[in-house]
Design a protein around this ligand. Sequence first.
Ligand SMILES: *[C@@H]1O[C@H](CO)[C@@H](O)[C@H](O)[C@H]1NC(C)=O
Ligand SMILES: *[C@@H]1O[C@H](CO)[C@@H](O)[C@H](O)[C@H]1NC(C)=O
Ligand SMILES: *[C@@H]1O[C@H](CO)[C@@H](O)[C@H](O)[C@H]1NC(C)=O
Ligand SMILES: *[C@@H]1O[C@H](CO)[C@@H](O)[C@H](O)[C@H]1NC(C)=O
Ligand SMILES: *[C@@H]1O[C@H](CO)[C@@H](O)[C@H](O)[C@H]1NC(C)=O
Ligand SMILES: *[C@@H]1O[C@H](CO)[C@@H](O)[C@H](O)[C@H]1NC(C)=O
Ligand SMILES: *[C@@H]1O[C@H](CO)[C@@H](O)[C@H](O)[C@H]1NC(C)=O
Ligand SMILES: *[C@@H]1O[C@H](CO)[C@@H](O)[C@H](O)[C@H]1NC(C)=O
Ligand SMILES: *[C@@H]1O[C@H](CO)[C@@H](O)[C@H](O)[C@H]1NC(C)=O
Ligand SMILES: *[C@@H]1O[C@H](CO)[C@@H](O)[C@H](O)[C@H]1NC(C)=O
Length: 872
Amino acid sequence: MPSLISSCIVFALATTSGVYSRQVLPRQSSNSTTQASSAPFYPSPWSSGSGDWSDAYSKARDFVSQLTLLEKVNLTTGVGWEGEQCVGQVGSIPRLGFRSLCMQDSPVGVRFGDYASVFSSGQTVAATFDRGLIYQRGYAMGQEHKGKGVTVQLGPVAGPLGRSPEGGRNWEGFSPDPYLTGVAIGETIKGIQDAGIIACAKHYIGNEQEHFRQQPEAVGYGYNITEAISSNIDDTTMHELYLWPFADAVRAGVGSIMCSYNQVNNSYGCQNSKLLNDLLKNELGFQGFVMSDWQAQHTGAASAVAGLDMTMPGDTVFNSGDSYWGTNLTLAVINGTVPEWRIDDMALRIMAAYFKVGLSLEQPPINFDSWTLDTYGPLHASVGANVQQVNFHVDVRGDHGALIRDIGARATVLLKNTNNALPLSKPRFVAVIGEDAGPNLYGPNGCSDRGCDNGTLGMAWGSGSANFPYLITPDTALQAQAIADGTIYQSILDNYATSEISALVSQAYVTSIVFVNADSGEGYISVDGNEGDRNNLTLWHSGDDLVKNVSAICNNTIVVIHSTGPTILTEWYDNPNVTAILWAGVPGQESGNSITDVLYGKVNPAARTPFTWGPTRESYGTDVLYEPNNGNGAPQDDFTEGVFIDYRAFENKNITPIYEFGFGLSYTTFSYSDLQVVKHNVGAYTPTTGTTEAAPVLGNYSTNLADYLFPNASFPHIWQYIYPYLNTTDAKTASADPNYGQTAAEFLPPDATNGSPQPLLAAGGAPGGNPQLYDVLYTVTATITNNGTLNGEEVSQLYISLGGPNQPSKVLRGFERLSIDQGQSVTASFDITRRDVSNWDTVSQNWVVTSYPKEVFVGSSSRNLPLSASLS
Ligand SMILES: *[C@@H]1O[C@H](CO)[C@@H](O)[C@H](O)[C@H]1NC(C)=O
Ligand SMILES: *[C@@H]1O[C@H](CO)[C@@H](O)[C@H](O)[C@H]1NC(C)=O
Ligand SMILES: *[C@@H]1O[C@H](CO)[C@@H](O)[C@H](O)[C@H]1NC(C)=O
Ligand SMILES: *[C@@H]1O[C@H](CO)[C@@H](O)[C@H](O)[C@H]1NC(C)=O
Ligand SMILES: *[C@@H]1O[C@H](CO)[C@@H](O)[C@H](O)[C@H]1NC(C)=O
Ligand SMILES: *[C@@H]1O[C@H](CO)[C@@H](O)[C@H](O)[C@H]1NC(C)=O
Ligand SMILES: *[C@@H]1O[C@H](CO)[C@@H](O)[C@H](O)[C@H]1NC(C)=O
Ligand SMILES: *[C@@H]1O[C@H](CO)[C@@H](O)[C@H](O)[C@H]1NC(C)=O
Ligand SMILES: *[C@@H]1O[C@H](CO)[C@@H](O)[C@H](O)[C@H]1NC(C)=O
Ligand SMILES: *[C@@H]1O[C@H](CO)[C@@H](O)[C@H](O)[C@H]1NC(C)=O
């Protein structure tokens, strides 16, 4: 019998009215007897300047101490959608000559920019398994953003992690393996911030699919729901899987984190006190600021006390002219609902991140505009006001094209190579087949936010995109190589020109290279009926038929896949006429050059697939939720598989993948020998104890509402723009909120305004968590020999079996990409930290090394691990 559960208020707020109405979750017609809920955690931890944040904090304290309440509110509140040149900007502090902070997409380059580069996707660079390349990509992207006047680059991404291969934005992140994603997000953050701007790790957290992530978007697609999806994640899975890379992000010193659209355990990401106050700011000791995703804020004071520090783009909904903060936050501080220490902490966190990356109060000007490529345009595009020069067309690309080309090649995974099909060496006749080898006939930027799949897939769609300065297609680059070699070269870029393709590839001596793809993106754009998430795991534009048609005729068919994740290769991968298969990811502007370098052996491939290629869609065990499952209420996405995603799921269910996680070939071969484990003498793990200081308060403020009115009649009030000021000294009228007047005690949860010293968490203590989690307990070494015929690179991998019930058979805990000349041997070395051998203990709320026997494995992929040893 379906049981109706009684209405329970998950977020522990006691009113359904006004600002807080969305706190209370609808409970109609759910069939689950125990719908997931999120425990409240208050007060919001105030920053302490711990870790390497102390210099930044002393500068921030000096600065914020000089600010008025209105100025602090300005730092926290966006000016509204398209209110200024960047995709998000907060208010400025003209009194101190401090211009507005500029938040700009994307994780692959300067979105909407001209004269800027398009880098590979995060997922593609993850396939390099190369810390140095990942760092360099971050640094180069940071330089380009800085050159345009950006303050915060909105990337990198660890949410989605990649729970389901269909997830539309998986390509923006790195890998469904949390260790690989953790390393990659950390290196990217260090790169971006070393270049002198703030990185923003996003989307925190559980943002694993596009469907239903935002209620209005879902309604736009015809789904009748009243609330966004809830990703229901248990404590262990949260710690061991989804939160893991965010711990690395915090440890790497990330300045900002973006909370996500979705709910987690039925509380919205940007007001979920468990996620923001407890996990992020308390346990992980995050010292930077939490920024909302665009329109992901749903409440005013409630989100403030739950740990949100900056609202983006500032208006409740785009161009409403209303804000949960701005005027409302000014009022909420004056009337005592939001404690002063909380607004001070918001401003401190924002300014500490700013100083931490080396920014000084004198910021370079913003020299581009997100809303037009014209030289002249409105400064305030939302209302078309203040036409002036907005684009200075500053070329920020430097020599990044060479880096992008190198990353593209060194990220290309060689999945199959038989009959010495590759590398090519002056072949007699090359036939390149497939729309994915050619241009988008509308131009590389012809589809807004890359919202189409025309021509070669150099970038996927959504806000995670950028404008191509150029896009080298495979057809262009391969033709140039062929002509230089004296090779016959012909291409057919129409997947449906079946008879013409047959006629071409059946000719003598033909090497066919078939280009195919599968695309996905962000939920606000639907391409061919894919509402962000992929509807299937097969190739687009009948790519599987294309491969089958060519390989039925041509016994040397090489397949190149550009995609945002795995596709189902089952029907053709083992056809002997398919002599080689390469996954080239989503490589960015140098796509054609990168793949040519690999096909011709200028770069000896070494990349490894950062996800599993399963035999069927069902083999993954996880999928996107495509239809609401809770009546009109929040769709309930129960992550019942726990930590068993990707290779962990395949191993757990004993399903043989087509190509396993971590797999990739080279043109040479390697052997592994001589595993050594050295145990280090480190002390026992001790829980962090003690208490914080009381919440610091910086300066004071007047409670006379007349001090907060718009400055004067001549103040250039821009329509729809969000300000911190009041229109009138009547607070209720100024708030424009019919429910104005409820006190903190009436609707905030217990302790929300409590600024007294708070206990520290056992698992906390510093950015990234208890510092002893990062003690190196073992160093493992192995000898790798290049026993083939060419110089090459090898990605050695280390996995650990943690032992015990309900554990994955093994988890990735180390990798190293090494260059090894033919005939040479080198030593790979892996440091194993305490965290690497720990499990999350839900009872003690801490990491523990269980007493189950632990084993370490070293080799070249998750299923090719010739060396092993036990860890004592
Ligand atoms: C807040 O920011 C707006 C927009 O930049 C600016 O016009 C206003 O003067 C700022 N207010 C204060 C008090 O600094
Ligand atoms: C959505 O569902 C509600 C509740 O069942 C119903 O009252 C409303 O008419 C529906 N709206 C649409 C557009 O179908
Ligand atoms: C204050 O917040 C409420 C929603 O809680 C909103 O309706 C109102 O417009 C906001 N006021 C201002 C001045 O933006
Ligand atoms: C304080 O201001 C906030 C924001 O406008 C409002 O929601 C709340 O009801 C106010 N409380 C009191 C006691 O005036
Ligand atoms: C390009 O993409 C658009 C949008 O998906 C599609 O309608 C159009 O047919 C495509 N054009 C070509 C030439 O492929
Ligand atoms: C899978 O989706 C793609 C893109 O929408 C589409 O072209 C293809 O026909 C679909 N495949 C199947 C088997 O439905
Ligand atoms: C492989 O190609 C040859 C032509 O070279 C063809 O006769 C044969 O049927 C193909 N084999 C398969 C399995 O498609
Ligand atoms: C492929 O077919 C050609 C004839 O077109 C033949 O010469 C060659 O030996 C075949 N290769 C293989 C590996 O079967
Ligand atoms: C509840 O369960 C019944 C019976 O299994 C099913 O018919 C119904 O669709 C379910 N309702 C929801 C909202 O999932
Ligand atoms: C405040 O005044 C401005 C300028 O007249 C107006 O555009 C805005 O809507 C007013 N806001 C409220 C909350 O009444």
